[in-house]
Design a protein around this ligand. Sequence first.
Ligand SMILES: [Zn+2]
Length: 746
Amino acid sequence: MTKEKNEMKNGSLTARRGVILLLLIAVVAFGACIGRIAYLTIIKGDEYREKAEAQQLSVTTVNAARGTIYDRNMNILAQSASVWMVYINPSKVTDDNRDRVLTVLSENLQMDRAALAERIAANSGLNYLKIKGEVEYNEKKALQDAVYDEKLTAVIFVDPDTKRYYPNASLASTILGFTGTDGNGLYGIEYLYDEVLTGTNGRIVTAKDGVQFELENAYEVTYDAKQGTSLQLTIDSEIQTILENALADALEENKAKNVYGIVMDTKTGALLAVANLPDYDPNDPYGVLYPQLEEYFSENGTENQKADPVAAARIEQWKNKSIADFYYPGSVYKVFLVSGAMEEGVIDENTQYVCYGRITIGDRTIKDFNPTGHGLETPCTLLVNSCNTFAVNVGQKMGVDLYYKYFQSFGFAEKTNVDLSGESAPAVGVTYHDPDVSFTWSDLASASFGQSISVTPLQVVTAVSAIGNGGRLMQPYVVERQLDFQGNIVSVTEPKVKRQVISEKTAATVAGWMEQVVSDGTGKNAYVAGYRVAGKTGTSEKLGTSDTAYIGSFAGFAPVNDPRISVVIIVDEPRGANYSGGVIAAPVAGEVIERTLQYLGVEPSYSGDEIASMTIAAPSLTGIPLAEAREKLQDYDYTVKVVGDGENVVSQSPEAGRYTPVNGVIVLYTQQNAEKEKTTVPDFTGMTVYQANKLAVNSQLNIRIAGSSADETSVIAYKQDPEAGTEVESGSIVTVTFRTTSGVHD
Ligand SMILES: [Zn+2]
């Protein structure tokens, strides 16, 4: 900047300060009355424009751009774009210009001419009437040209405005929330961080006469807009997509009312993904995205909900149920019970118990899922078998006070205080028993296996993370950093340890048992080859519903030796063939864990058994004589198909380096431009691994086995990609997902 310009700038600044001073003196001189009008003008803007004009003081608002919301990799999740708002001065509409006004507005804004005429006539006494908001640039430009050509600049006006866009539609919608027509946040992050995102509108205060022409001795004061602060979330769009895709399948397959899930960084409490389905598109929050929600409320709602199922569906789809809804955790709670009992020395690794399938507390008999009993057990098998009677026995040994101590320290008696809006607060006597007033031995028995106490999914994933994190309970959070409009860091969230709930030793012991739940117990559908997963299943009966309804869930973390992620999956009111957490929630968790760890680049490490059913990178056979290729393939167990009668291999399917089953199919082409062999993907549903493998080879396809332990004889295929009937190139890879329905109830 040159010296001259500097002086000019300084000069204008001095002049501006002088004007501000003058204005202040004027306000003081005219007293509180004028001050009040100035305040109303500045704060209320348009509404008081008329009054301002009467005082010959005009205030133009300069909108501050609302901050952008990014995911943790700086992908945009919510952004404001410039749009325009069109308004007129109805008192300036005369018999002379009325036709032109109506033509210009109706033609350029695609509005109904008759309706416009009616509105303008009805408001003819006003100086200000909003015609249309959220007008895009091209439309606004055309309108302005027409206004100029038709000499209507004293009648039709355009003001800058902003519109909120969510480029990923429904992705993470229940976290993000949305804004209202006036641009303020109504739900989610948009609501909780409204003040931070909004910034401060600037204003230009100008003295004008009553017809909006600046006075000759006019003064003008500009207050710059302070742009809104942007937020960088801990949410990762990739992991969010992985979670939402898995949940969408679970919602459909189980005909569930809701499904929710959370993926958390085990060690920091950062939320990597939070999803609740059915959800909505924040670009159109009043549209109901899932018609079944509307159907649900018209059939099962309260009288009010039945009367207006659309309104009920909207409220439901906007709600972040993973922090707002309480549910009985069922057997998932056993890991917290056992952790507390171990920590207090009530039990140890060698404690023995004989399960006969039932236990009597006072006049009440509690049954196991297994009516014949689990026999001789240890705390490890309590979790692996999800034994109710042993859990009740441990609870009774602990007593109310010790039980409650760990209920509280694992975080179930308090809000997590996550920085999201809509978290429900636990209430003593409502969501949990008051240990001083009404916690009976019978209550304690139910509470020991997770009935009669209510928790939120976020509380569960936070508590289970404490076991994976050496006993440290973290404060969950979703805003990583706040950034100013130039990208400078305003604030950073540091991970916060709330407290040490159990010792590192107890945590490691319980984590080891939770790994056995997944490798050998009710959690085996969450098993992922190559990664050590720890977890616990839960199935609970829902109260307050007209007929019997269940919640199936799974909570866990992986890899056990160095946990990166914790996951909770909840299937609420499944109406399909299955309802237990081990069958309907564990496979969803397994899928989310596998894909997330792969995405995070966590190196898998396969056991001996796993290697047998593993995939290998297809060897490179292209560009060599066919005979040589055949020789190379002798080391493999592939079924080889040769297409063409050339001497050299010119292409192959699968391509070199693609992971294929060790006993898969490989197609070799020996002629340039030979037509690719095609095959139709068969239906693998209901098959065992052996049957699926055989059918794949017969169909000249390779299958990638996903889901539960492949060596189990009881696992059957229940999902595949691509779908049956799809035509693909021979040698292609089809992902088939397996699970078991035996031994996984609870
Ligand atoms: Zn048992």
